[in-house]
Structures are given as C-alpha cells and as structure tokens.
Design a protein around this ligand. Structure first.
Ligand code: SF4
Length: 614
C-alpha cells in the first residue's frame, strides 16, 4: 500500500442511513492523488449528468490528500466537491484548519454523501467507526455554537466542519466552516450540505498516517522551514497573514473597487483604514492550521467599539478585506471584522457576500432600487453601517437579504429593471479579489482573465491556466496549502521529494505534473458532460476592461481574453471551439474509457480519398 493514504473511503447514503467502506484500487490514488482529483473521478463515475444540485442525486465529497496530516508543511487541507448549485457545473472549495488531518487520523481519506436525510443529522467518525446522529439540537444554530457543542460532546480532540443557518436555508453562496473561520467557501457547497440535512461532520481518532520514510520526511520539513526563514516569508505571513496589503492593492488596481467599476486612487483616496496595522489592531493571538510553521491566521479580541463581534473572530484575510472593503468603497476595518464574523458564524462566502453588497450599492446609487426595496437601508458607497446591516439580512435571508442571498446573477434576475448590468460574475459565481488586468499577475501564477473564465469552477482565483495550472491541481490534490507549500515549494524540489518520502513511490516531477493535468481534465470533463463549454461562461466586461477604465493605474487596459483562451486550449490539446480534449490527450492521460465515450470510432476523422476528415 502507498504511504500517505489511510486506504479507505466512506460512502454514506443519507436517504437510507446506509454506509459502506471501500478500499480503492491503488490506481485511483496514483492517477488522481487525492482532494478534488479523486473527487472528480468519483463524481464522474457515480453521478448521473443533469442531477439537481440540491436534490438527492448530487454527491458531496470531503477528501484529503496524501500529504494531509504528514510532516509536509501546510499539509492541513481537505477539499470539498459536488455539483455546484451556484454555477450548475463542477464545484469545489477547500479549507485549512484541523479537520483534514483529523479525518485521516479517524481512519479515512475521504467521505462521500448521497441522498437526503429525513431529519437533520451529523456524521460522527470515531476511530474508524462512523454513525449518523441526530442534529435537531444544532439545526438553526450558528457555526461557532455548533462546533463548540460537538466538541463538548465528543472532546476537544474531535474536529468539526459544519454549516450555519445560511446553508440550512439553501443560500447558494453558503460555505462550510471549521475552526470558527476557516471556510470551504466557493461554489455554494454549504447549500448542498444543507439540502442533504447534513449539519456537520465530526472526526476523532489517533491513527497514524503511514509514512514510507519518516526520517526523510521530517528532514525535508526541517529544511523547508529553514529555507522559508531565509526568505522572510514565515515572519511576514505570521505577522500580517494574507491581509497585509489591502491598502496598497486598493490603489494599485489589484483589488476591485466599487463593484469592479471604480478607481482606487480616485474613489477610495484614503485607504488608511485598510492599512496592515489597522487589520491587526484588535488581534488577540496568532493561530494557524495544523502544524503550520507560518501560522498566518489570527484570532481577534471581542469588538468593543460600534461593532460588538465576539472574541475569537478570525483576523481578516485579503479576499475578505477586498470584497467587503474597497469593492464596496468601505475602509472601516471594524465593520469588515463584523461582516466577516456574520459570514463565518452563519456560513456564507465572504467573496460572494462583499460582491453582492457592492452590486446592491451600485443598484441603489443608480436608482434601480430604493429604500423601499432595501428595508430602509441607505446602500450608498462606503456606508459601512449599511454594509453590515445588509450582510446580516443576507445571512439570515431576511427582507431584502432574501433577494440577494443566492448571488448577484440570481439577485439581478429577481430585481429586474436593468440590474443585470451591475451583476459582476463569471459563469454565475462572484470572482476572486484580484483584478486580472494588473500586469504581472499571470507571471506570479495569479489571475489572468482566462484563468477566471476557463476554470471549471468559474471565478476561482490563484490557479493559473494552461500547463501552469497542473501544479495548482497537484497541490490541491496533495492536501497542501497553496500559500506556504505550492508557492514557496518553488524555492526547492519539496513537492517531488516529500511525495516520494511519504508515499514510498519515487515518481519524477513530470509524472506528478501529469497527474495535475489529468485532474484538470477530469474536472473539465465533468462540466462537458453537463453541457457546459467554458467559452460560453458569462464574463462581466468590467473584469476584462471592456470598456477600459479612463483613469488610474488600469487606464486603457483591456484583457485579450480570447487570445489567452486560444493559447490555453491549444496548450492543453482541447478543441478550440468545443473545448473537448483530443482523443490523443485522453489516451495519453490514461482516460481511455472517456476517450471511447467522447471519441467513438464513428466520430473519428478518417483517412481516404479526399484526405482527413472525410
Ligand atoms: S500558511 Fe496559513 S493558510 Fe497556509 S497552512 Fe499555514 S496557517 Fe494555514
């Protein structure tokens, strides 16, 4: 058996309460690694095309990777997968914290759910044994209460992921939360969990992840940490986390401003409130994911000013600062702390929440909606009280918040009156908070317009495109943190060496990257089977500068997204119109069954009189 894996997957039918353990073939692990790689293969094989994302046919999976719970730094993540109710296609999200390692210590690499439970339940996995338990006492409660209650019941060593009221009420931008603020937030997977009446998963156990060569794995960990110390990375991220540049990003053009339509230096001239020292002003202590030497997160003291959020609220991450800050014209960091707390406690994606409020503010400023629509809230740009009030209504699905709680695309349809022109999304999902028009992003592996547009989870950021995406897919599948492992592993050959030490299989980097490519294809094949061609994803013009801004650092910049996509498709050997991978590519990746499905002999070009294609 390969090291790094517990060798078991759990399948739970929530309609019948039946559970089955499976020991996957080693080939599944070798080909798809883990995380959303294994998730994509299993969902493709076991889910019918066209199922209702909120119906019993959708499969929801939580899967770790081979480096989760091992000496690999940042090996703390799990990936969540399902058909997304927000986009109607492939959906994934992932999260750090402590749950991923705990799931392995409890004996499983992953757990998959089908069906719908009659009543609210949670899954308790205790040292290799799993049972569904009644969650009536937790239904309606927020994520903080739920996690504390389950830990009180099962002991502090038990780790919990759960949904809040937003997921229970099927908000299509609902998230899955652990550790009071680590979120698997994208794709609306919290709503899938809510639709299944699955409130939480609790994992407890002290099994050891088998490591082929523990001595080498530990040595690599020490070397990697020393290497990172030399770069200054650990100190910088430990001190400020990802939120250390929200002010400069708002002025450089990196962070979208005023619903992607504003110009930071003009529309938000004073960004003092977003300064990194303001972001940590109410910090209580620095915290991190399981065994992470950077510990880039923070826990705040209770809010004592206008906004009375509770102690333990997470320090703001960059994406949250961008979405609820500059994108709403807001520089009041305490209001962002409050709105972030509401999103985490009720279980809602902060990127989507901020983008939705920005959309509503622009509708309000342009008279498309008035105080009569907004329950009396004056949604002017930068009105931080209005922002917090509207986030609270959204997470509770109250009043106008109910109109907004399913994302900007659906909200615009409900409002009508031309609101869709302010609905900034890609393929139904609100985009990450890095403007792809900023020069240098593509080089840094950050968003290019095509990466947002062509991604199987549209609007997902930090994944690069073309062959550069293979390392991102591999990283997500290995169960490691993109910040500390993928980007920083580039400083040394840690990916290949750690995979060898942990799994015991010495595979060259080219082979591991081929796994990344296979995984990228598998996610895409899921969407193709759903009838989704990413070239037809809606892409709001502001994201690509159509029309371009007239002033500021991005004046005159338009992304040539079609050219990027042309290159991306060619580099992946996907058809440039249908986006279907070539038969040759599918065979090269060992996806022979799908090659036969998509390219049966009668569809193959034939040589003969008149040449190919006749
Ligand atoms: S760098 Fe931050 S997000 Fe990544 S594993 Fe460490 S604490 Fe978690």
């Amino acid at each position: 058996m390969l090291g790094g894996y517990m060798g078991k997957l759990l399948f739970v039918d929530l309609s019948t309460g039946k559970m089955a353990e499976e020991t996957p073939d080693e080939k599944l692990y070798l080909d798809f690694v883990g995380g959303y790689g294994i998730g994509a293969r299993i969902l493709y094989d076991r889910m019918k095309a066209g199922v209702d994302p909120l119906g019993p046919g959708n499969i929801l999976g939580m899967i770790t990777g081979p480096l989760t719970g091992t000496p690999a730094i940042g090996g703390a993540r799990y990936g969540a997968v399902a058909k997304s109710p927000l986009t109607g296609g492939w959906g994934d999200a992932n999260s750090g914290g402590h749950f991923g390692p705990a799931l392995k210590f409890a004996g499983f690499d992953g757990v998959f759910f089908t069906g719908i439970s009659e009543k609210p339940v949670y899954l308790f996995i205790d040292d290799g044994k799993a049972e569904l338990r009644d969650a009536a006492h937790l239904w309606g409660k927020d994520t903080y209460f739920t996690e504390e209650a389950l830990k009180a019941e099962h002991g502090g060593v038990a780790k919990v992921i759960c949904i809040g009221p937003a997921g229970e009420k099927l908000s299509l931008v609902a998230s899955i939360i652990t550790h009071k603020g680590d979120a698997a937030a994208r794709s609306g997977l919290g709503a899938v969990m809510g639709s299944k009446k699955l409130k939480a998963i609790v994992a407890r156990g002290d099994r050891k992840v088998p490591i082929a060569d523990m001595e080498t794995a530990n040595r690599l960990r020490r070397e990697h940490i020393e290497d990172l110390k030399g770069s200054g990375f650990l100190e910088r991220f430990h001190y400020y986390g990802t939120g250390g540049h929200a002010d400069t990003s708002a002025h450089s053009g990196d962070t979208p401003v005023r619903n992607w339509g504003g110009i930071g230096v003009i529309d938000v001239p004073d960004v003092t409130g977003l300064n990194k020292d303001m972001v940590i002003a109410n910090l209580d202590k620095r915290i991190g994911c399981w065994r992470c030497p950077a510990a880039c997160k923070g826990s705040l003291k209770a809010g004592t000013g206008e906004y009375k959020y509770p102690a333990g609220n997470h320090r703001l991450e960059y994406e949250t600062l961008g979405a609820l800050g500059a994108n709403c014209g807001n520089t009041d960091v305490e209001s962002i702390n409050m709105a972030s707390h509401l999103c985490n406690a009720y279980g809602m994606d902060t990127i989507s929440a901020g983008t939705i409020v920005a959309f509503a503010m622009e509708c309000y400023e342009n008279g498309i909606i008035t105080k009569n629509d907004t329950d009396g809230i004056e949604l002017n740009w930068g009105n931080h009280r209005a922002l917090v009030a509207m986030v609270e209504k959204m997470v509770k699905r109250e009043g106008f918040g109910d109109v907004l709680a399913d994302g900007v695309k659906i909200a615009a349809g409900r409002i009508g009156r031309g609101a869709e022109k302010f609905a900034v999304h890609i393929g139904g999902q609100e985009a990450g908070m890095h403007d792809p028009k900023v020069a240098g992003h593509q080089f840094a592996g950050m968003p290019s317009a095509a990466m947002y547009w062509m991604n199987s989870t549209p609007g997902r950021h930090s994944q690069a495109f073309g062959p550069a995406s293979f390392i991102s897919h591999l990283n997500n599948a290995m169960g490691t943190c993109m910040i500390i492992f993928q980007w920083q592993a580039a400083r040394g050959p840690y990916t290949q060496r750690m995979m060898t030490a942990v799994t015991g299989r010495d595979r060259p980097m080219e082979e591991l990257l081929r796994c990344g490519e296979r995984i990228g294809n598998m996610r895409h094949l899921f969407n193709l089977r759903e009838g989704i061609n990413p070239l037809k994803h809606y892409l709001h013009g502001r994201i690509i500068g159509r029309p371009p801004q007239e002033d500021g650092p991005l004046a005159g910049v338009t992304s040539d997204v079609e050219a990027e996509a042309w290159w991306h498709l060619g580099a992946l050997d996907w058809d440039r119109i249908t986006t279907i991978p070539s038969r040759h590519k599918l065979l090269e990746l060992g996806l022979n069954d799908i090659a036969e499905e998509l390219w049966p002999p009668e569809k193959m070009p034939r040589m003969g009189p008149g040449g190919p294609g006749r």
